[in-house]
Design a protein around this ligand. Structure first.
Ligand SMILES: Nc1ncnc2c1ncn2[C@@H]1O[C@H](COP(=O)(O)OP(=O)(O)O)[C@@H](O)[C@H]1O
Ligand SMILES: [Mg+2]
Length: 330
C-alpha cells in the first residue's frame, strides 16, 4: 500500500536509556481510511509508538512507513501528510483559538488568505465558534481536546494520529469526538491511528484494534473477531416460577456447557454465537417454560485482554497516570 494513506509497521522497537524497552518489536498495518484503535494500559508503549510514527522520536529498531514514506528517512514527507493531536497538547493559555490557528497554519505554510476561512470552518466543526476569540486558558478539558483536534486538521492531513484523545473527558464530549473522528474517516477517507485506554472507545470507534501490553501487541483484529475468538458469549434465563429451574436447566443444556449465572438463573455458553438465541427462545417456548428474564452476556475486549495477559485492562497499568515527558510540538 505504499503511496496510499496507510501505515505499515514492521518490527518497530524503542529502547530508552537505562534499558527500558518501551516498544519491543511491533508489526501492524492500517489500511487507508481505516480507524485503528491502539488499546492498552498506562505504560504499554502507546505514546512511544505514536511519537515514532509521527517522526518525533527515532526508532531504535525496525521500520515504519506512513502514507508510503519512511518515518526514519523521509521525516519531512511524513510530517507533510499527517496531523497529530498528542497527549501533551502544545497549547498556549495566553493565546486565543484563532491565534493558535494562525501559528499552526503558518507552520504548514498556508497562504494567509486561506488561513482565516479554514480556521472558521474547523472551529465551527468542533463547536468552538463562540469561544474562538477567547484565550484558551479558560477552556475546559473537552474544549482543549476539540481545539487540538481542529488544529491537527488545518492542512487536511491524510493520516491522523490521536493519542488518548478522550482521556479525562465527560461522556458527552467523548461521544462528540467519536462522531467527528468517525466522520473524518468515513466521509473524508482520513486514516486514523488512535490510542486509548478505554475498552468502549476501541470497541465503538475502531474498525480494527491492536491490543498492546508491555511493548508488545498481544492481539489484533476487528473488535467482533477479537471477542468471537474468546468465544464466551453466554445466555442466562431466569424462570418465572422458581420451581421450573431444573427443567429450564435441562432445556438450556442442549445449547452448551453451563456458565456462571445469577442465583435465580441458569446460564450456558452459546457455542454458535448469539444467532442461537432464537433457537433458545423457541426451545423454551416449546417446553412451555416462561422466563422472567433472558440475557446475553457478550465477551468484552477486557475478556480478550484478560485471556492474553492474565490481567484485567482496568488497573493493568504499571505506571502512575502522570506523564513526565516534556511537550513536543506537532
Ligand atoms: N523518554 C522516556 N525515557 C525513559 N522511559 C520512557 C520515556 N518515555 C516513555 N518511557 C517508558 O516507556 C514505557 C512506555 O511508555 P508510553 O509509551 O508513554 O506508554 P503509554 O503511552 O502506553 O502509557 C513506560 O514504561 C515509560 O515509563
Ligand atoms: Mg501515553
Amino acid at each position: 500500500m505504499s503511496g496510499s494513506n496507510g501505515i505499515v509497521v514492521s518490527g518497530l522497537r524503542r529502547e530508552f536509556r537505562g534499558g527500558i524497552k518501551a516498544v519491543q518489536g511491533i508489526d501492524l498495518e492500517v489500511a487507508p481510511g481505516e480507524i485503528y484503535g491502539f488499546l492498552g494500559p498506562n505504560g504499554a508503549g502507546k505514546s512511544t509508538t505514536v511519537l515514532m510514527l509521527t517522526t518525533l522520536l527515532p526508532p531504535t529498531g525496525g521500520s515504519a512507513t506512513v502514507a508510503g514514506f519512511d518515518v526514519a528517512g523521509q521525516g519531512a514527507q511524513v510530517r507533510r501528510v499527517i496531523g497529530a493531536a498528542l497527549q501533551e497538547a502544545a497549547l498556549d493559555n495566553y493565546l486565543t483559538a484563532h491565534e493558535h490557528f494562525e501559528l499552526q497554519a503558518g507552520l504548514h505554510g498556508m497562504a494567509r488568505k486561506q488561513r482565516r476561512a479554514r480556521a472558521v470552518e474547523l472551529l465551527e466543526r468542533v463547536g468552538l465558534t463562540d469561544a474562538a476569540d477567547r484565550k484558551i486558558g479558560g477552556y475546559s478539558g473537552g474544549m482543549r481536546r476539540r481545539l487540538d483536534l481542529a488544529l491537527a486538521l488545518v492542512h487536511r492531513p491524510r493520516v491522523l494520529f490521536l493519542d488518548e484523545p478522550t482521556t479525562g473527558l465527560d461522556p458527552q464530549s467523548r461521544s462528540a469526538l467519536w462522531e467527528e473522528v468517525g466522520r473524518l474517516a468515513g466521509d473524508e477517507g482520513v486514516t486514523v491511528f488512535l490510542t486509548t485506554q478505554y475498552l468502549e472507545e476501541a470497541d465503538v470507534l475502531a474498525d480494527r484494534v491492536g491490543i498492546i501490553d508491555r511493548g508488545r501487541i498481544v492481539a489484533e483484529g476487528t473488535p467482533n473477531a477479537l471477542k468471537a475468538a474468546i468465544g464466551q458469549s453466554s445466555v442466562e434465563a431466569v424462570p418465572a416460577d422458581p420451581r421450573d429451574r431444573e427443567r429450564l436447566a435441562d432445556v438450556l443444556s442442549r445449547f452448551g456447557e453451563p456458565a456462571s449465572a445469577s442465583p435465580k438463573g441458569v446460564a450456558v455458553r452459546l457455542g454458535g454465537g448469539t444467532e442461537e438465541l432464537v433457537d433458545v427462545v423457541r426451545a423454551l417456548d416449546a417446553a412451555e417454560l416462561s422466563v422472567a428474564g433472558l440475557q446475553v452476556h457478550e465477551p468484552s475486549l477486557d475478556d480478550v485482554f484478560l485471556a492474553k495477559t492474565g490481567r484485567s485492562l482496568e488497573g493493568a497499568g504499571d505506571q502512575p497516570a502522570a506523564e513526565e515527558r516534556a511537550a513536543v510540538p506537532a
